[in-house]
Design a protein around this ligand. Structure first.
Ligand code: GTP
Ligand code: MG
Length: 473
């Protein structure tokens, strides 16, 4: 018996009619920040866009200039002139949302913007919800959910590296990776489903072998994706970098030297920094959250002890540790409580005070960079070394384009993993689990993966997701 290829219906298209009903109104919003600026951008989207453009600019709706900017005068419904501006009419379906779209670029005065928006609402537009334009693009099948999320990542990215990853995701990198796994699982499902209707027949050994091998492959794939979650956090929030070391080693001086101003208190007295403090800075293509901490005193007083407890909290969550060591003094022993968090791939020794320092850097298992926080020497080298280490936190992108998952994707991947693990167990147990059970677990795994790209129609999930967007996007 040859298994037939089982093709799941695409729930996206099934969901469309109802959604189209919901999105039939024409929406309008300011797409640029509120405030005074040279120009502002107002976006109008929906079926009334053509009629609106014609009415506002006194044109024939059937002979509207399309896809090119036109200079015109905005006439409000009441007859007043609101601004001279450039407008562009984009007929659907070849637009971001698939709908007719009108873009207005008035002067960037909040009053003008308010008057124009007020007029548009009087003419029957509705204020757009946050992310509603992108949501319409998603519902129109213009992009999958990972791409919609990438739009927001692109807007909020705070480092070049985060931008690059968002751009790749917008191009569909992550979507393709997940679709690849789904395609493999569909073949597996097809092989299994054939036997659901024939309860007396068991899965032949060669089929079972192939199915098990394919499942293991998919599980490896989900694992690879899950391993990128941490780097996703690094891209989103910055690299949590902790300055660690003995009192007076020069941690605060180094923070100041790196951020280029006297942010932290510095003094020859040990124990100056009591509470940790954080500063953001760009290093190469990365954003660093640099955290200065209380020095590690082997014999601390009460307040110092409290400070050191906070240091430990920071250390546990650190992506990167800069262990600052005073070069003019013997290398201090690190308390094992702290030392155990200095993992090899994420620790850098900063051999500070080389301007007065004695010998060469000691032989330590970590890379060492010689600097003088006071004079400002060695900082470029330190930056390069930091960048090299951060890049090592990036997931291994061999064998394909780099993709990075966010918390929502990871949560779905973990559910897929559990379901597929159950499938594997069911197939390899003796006696094997009933094929209906195996197939039902497999479908749960497929559903979980489908959620990543938004194949599953889940109104509440979409509401929650798009609520984080900006209005006008
Ligand atoms: N010569 C020299 N002195 C330095 C250098 N870096 C820091 N110092 C001095 O070392 C002393 C301590 O510097 P801090 O930056 O306060 O050291 P810290 O590690 O933050 O110390 P705590 O906050 O007490 O843990 C100050 O007097 C600094 O001026 C350096 O590169 N060369
Ligand atoms: Mg300090």
């Amino acid at each position: 018996m040859t298994p037939t290829v089982f093709d799941r219906p695409d729930t996206r298209t099934e969901a469309l009619p109802a959604e189209a009903e919901w999105s039939r109104d024409t929406i309008a919003a300011l797409a640029t920040p509120a405030g005074n600026s040279a120009l502002a951008v107002i976006r109008v989207g929906g079926p009334a866009s053509r009629r609106l453009a014609a009415a506002i600019f006194g044109r024939d709706a059937e002979r509207l200039p399309e896809r090119r900017p036109v200079y015109g005068t905005y006439h409000a419904l009441a007859g007043a002139i609101l601004d001279d501006l450039v407008w562009t009419f984009l007929p659907g379906p070849r637009t971001a949302t698939g709908e007719d779209t009108l873009e207005l670029t008035p002067h960037g005065n909040p009053l003008i913007v308010q008057l124009i928006l007020g007029d548009l609402f009087k003419r029957g537009c509705r204020p757009a919800e946050p992310g509603e334009f992108t949501r319409r693009a998603f519902l129109a099948g213009r992009m999958d959910l990972t791409q919609a999320e990438a739009v927001m990542d692109l807007i909020h990215a705070r480092s070049e590296r985060a931008l690059a990853v968002a751009r790749r995701q917008l191009r569909g990198g992550l979507g393709r990776a997940v679709e690849g796994l789904i395609a493999e699982l569909l073949v597996v499902l097809a092989r299994i489903e054939v036997y659901v209707d024939f309860p007396d027949e068991d899965l032949p050994p060669e089929d079972r072998g192939r199915v098990v091998a394919a499942l293991r492959e998919v599980l490896r794939g989900t694992n690879r994706l899950l391993a990128t979650e941490r780097f996703g956090g690094v891209l989103r929030d910055g690299v949590k970098t902790v300055l660690l070391g003995a009192p007076n080693a020069g941690k605060s001086s180094l923070l100041n030297a790196l951020v280029g101003r006297a942010r932290a208190l510095v003094s020859p007295e040990p124990g100056t920094t009591r509470d940790y403090l954080e500063e953001r800075l760009q290093v190469g293509s990365h954003l660093l959250r640099l955290i200065d901490t209380a020095g590690l005193n082997p014999a601390p007083r009460t307040v110092e002890r409290q400070g050191m407890a906070k240091t430990l909290e920071c250390l546990v969550e650190a992506d990167l540790v800069l262990w600052v060591v005073d070069a003019s003094r013997p290398v201090p022993d690190l308390d094992p409580v702290y030392a155990e968090h200095l993992a090899l791939g994420k620790t850098l020794v900063v051999w500070n005070k080389v301007d007065i320092g004695g010998g060469p850097p000691p032989a330590l298992p970590y890379p060492v960079v010689s600097v003088s926080a006071l004079v400002g020497s060695g900082l470029e080298e330190l930056g390069r070394e930091i960048e090299r280490l951060v890049e090592r936190l990036a997931p291994d992108s061999t064998g394909g384009e780099e993709v990075v998952v966010n918390t929502r994707h990871a949560e779905a991947l973990r559910r897929a993993e559990v379901a597929l693990g159950a499938v594997l167990e069911g197939l390899t147990a003796a006696p094997a689990a009933p094929i209906e059970l195996v197939s039902s677990d497999l479908r749960s795994g497929l559903d979980a993966l489908g959620e990543i790209a938004g194949r599953v129609d889940n109104e509440r999930m979409l509401d929650a997701l798009f609520a984080h967007f900006c209005i006008g996007k």
